[in-house]
Design a protein around this ligand. Structure first.
Ligand code: KIV
Ligand code: ZN
Length: 521
């Protein structure tokens, strides 16, 4: 990078705020729901990674959403914590109360502004929408001086009306103005022109930061966000792995690496520690049970793989022939061979810390036992094995149903049978059940001990945690009941044991969810 280029990039005017909405726009998409512990874990990682604003949820949506925003607000030190609210007093009050403990808080309020949404969704006149903009922003400013206003379906809004709304929101105290491409309809040139139009026509635009929020229905979310920033926006709203409504949102890892790699064309800077991107992506995909497609930019399994002979030859001569960014810059390192059956507690504790996890002393005792069991069966233990065990073991000591043992009869002669023992709050229960294959037998055996007829299996997915035939299996199970989904993970050298563990994990979450949704006395 030349000196002039570096000066341009570091210019405070070119600082781009990274606003992550994984826990709000991402979490509300089908199959991506997370419980409180999972949300806290994701929020802490986002904070460590240098995200400026974390949209932690939609507090009015449910008691669980309010609690998650509130706990995240208590737990984090660096990022601004944000809560979403429609343009109503009760929504804004819910955000304000949930965000109360945050060191720095933002209330985000929105209303639709496109002709289509105003007529059919809101059934409101433009005048009434404009009044609601003024009232909601003014009311939100009563709780915090950091207020964001969004024009839902902004990209399909008429210029004159959008200018009026933006000007009013800023006049009433909004400090960030967000223009969502809610339905992912815009194309880069058009979206950039809209941002330029607002910069040129709204008289008080210098009093607020313009923000881009793009959906990926046409696969253009990252391109549109970049175009918006090149036109003058200075906040990007995005999610890890691009999760979100329908085809998802702008993927944080993609937009951040596009800016870093093409700084000559996009001379902007942000606070993200890009070396954490791979870990962040893996943690989220394990948590929600959404695999990242292998050819996905930046974090897909093949993003840095070179298969063809010509490419491999070029890489050996000079990596830049086929690599525009290094794997290390996104935190992709080889899964190191770490420990074996002779490794002691200290070595394991150090490794866990190096991997960026903190599992506490009590949980460590059980974890050490799981590690030793694995080391007895698997000669080489890699970083990914340790991470899979952490995902399977940590934070589960309070669970009501615990896995004890499993014996399986499988194969061609059948009947395939599962004999399982579970611990139900200190009482051991065993059963033996036949099924149409071993996995069916296991899941039926768990249902036999803990009936849950209303729940259906939505997803059963197995992957090998590392290479080799002795690799651990990582299993994901998703259950659905009354429109609510829960996702469980299990890991073990035996795929069927991992399947039982994953199912039990999901079932425990389902029981907690049921309990939380019971009306309080
Ligand atoms: O896509 C959208 O319009 C949104 C707003 C609520 C910000 O997510
Ligand atoms: Zn959105």
């Amino acid at each position: 990078m030349s000196q002039t280029q570096e000066n341009k990039t570091q210019d405070p005017k070119n600082r781009v705020i990274i606003f992550d909405t994984t826990l709000r726009d991402g979490e509300q998409s089908p199959g991506c729901s997370m419980n409180l512990d999972e949300k806290l874990r994701i929020a802490r990682l986002l904070d460590d990674m240098g995200v400026d604003v974390i949209e932690a949820g939609f507090p009015i949506a449910s008691a669980g959403d309010w609690e998650a925003v509130n706990e995240i607000a208590k737990a984090l030190d660096n990022a601004v914590i944000c809560g979403l609210s429609r343009a109503t007093k009760k929504d804004i009050e819910a955000s304000a109360s949930a965000l109360e403990p945050a060191k720095r808080r933002r209330i985000h309020t929105f209303i639709s502004t496109s002709p289509l949404h105003m007529k059919y969704k809101l059934q409101m006149t433009p005048e009434a929408v404009l009044d609601a903009v003024a009232e909601s922003v003014t009311f939100a400013r009563g709780f915090t001086d950091d207020v964001e206003w969004s024009a839902e379906d902004g990209s399909r809004t008429e210029d004159d009306f959008l200018c009026q709304c933006v000007e009013t929101a800023i006049k009433c105290g909004a400090t960030t103005i967000n223009i969502p491409d809610t339905v992912g309809y815009s194309v880069p040139e058009e979206y950039a022109a809209q941002i330029t139009m607002l910069m040129n026509r709204v008289p008080n635009i210098d009093k607020a930061i313009l923000s881009v929020h793009c959906h990926n229905d046409l696969g253009l979310a990252v391109a549109n966000s970049l175009a918006g920033v090149q036109a003058g926006a200075r906040q990007i709203e995005c999610t890890i792995n691009g999760i979100g409504e329908r085809a998802g949102n702008t993927a944080l890892e993609e937009i951040v690496m596009a800016i870093r790699t093409r700084n000559d064309k996009a001379p902007f800077h942000n606070n993200i520690k890009t070396e954490m991107l791979t870990k962040m992506s893996k943690t989220l995909s394990t948590t929600v049970g959404f695999n990242v497609q292998p050819n996905k930019a930046i974090v897909g399994a093949n993003a840095f793989a070179h298969e063809s002979g010509i490419h491999q030859d070029g890489m050996l001569k000079n990596a830049q022939t086929y690599e525009i960014m290094t794997p290390e810059s996104v935190g992709l390192t080889k899964s190191e061979l770490v420990l074996g059956k002779h490794s002691g507690r200290h070595a394991l504790k150090d490794k866990i810390k190096d991997l960026g996890y903190d599992i506490g002393d009590n949980a460590f005792q059980d974890f050490f036992k799981r590690f030793k069991d694995l080391a007895d069966r698997k000669k080489e233990i890699f970083d990914d094995d340790i991470i899979a065990l952490i995902d399977d073991e940590v934070g589960r000591d309070h669970e009501k149903i615990k896995f004890k043992s499993l014996q399986i009869v499988a194969g061609t002669t059948g009947p395939q049978t599962a004999e399982i023992c579970l611990d139900l709050e200190g009482v051991e229960k065993c059963t033996k059940v036949e099924g149409n294959g071993p996995v069916d037998a296991i899941f039926k055996s768990i249902r036999d001990i803990v009936p849950h007829d209303g729940a259906t299996l939505q997803l059963y997915q197995v992957h090998a945690v590392t290479g080799g035939t002795d690799a651990q299996a990582g299993v994901t199970v998703r259950l659905e009941e009354d429109g609510k989904t829960v996702t469980g993970q299990g890991a073990d050298a035996d795929t069927l044991v991992a399947s039982a563990r994953a199912y039990i994990h999901a079932l425990n979450k389902l029981l907690t969810k049921r309990e939380k949704s019971k009306p309080q006395d």
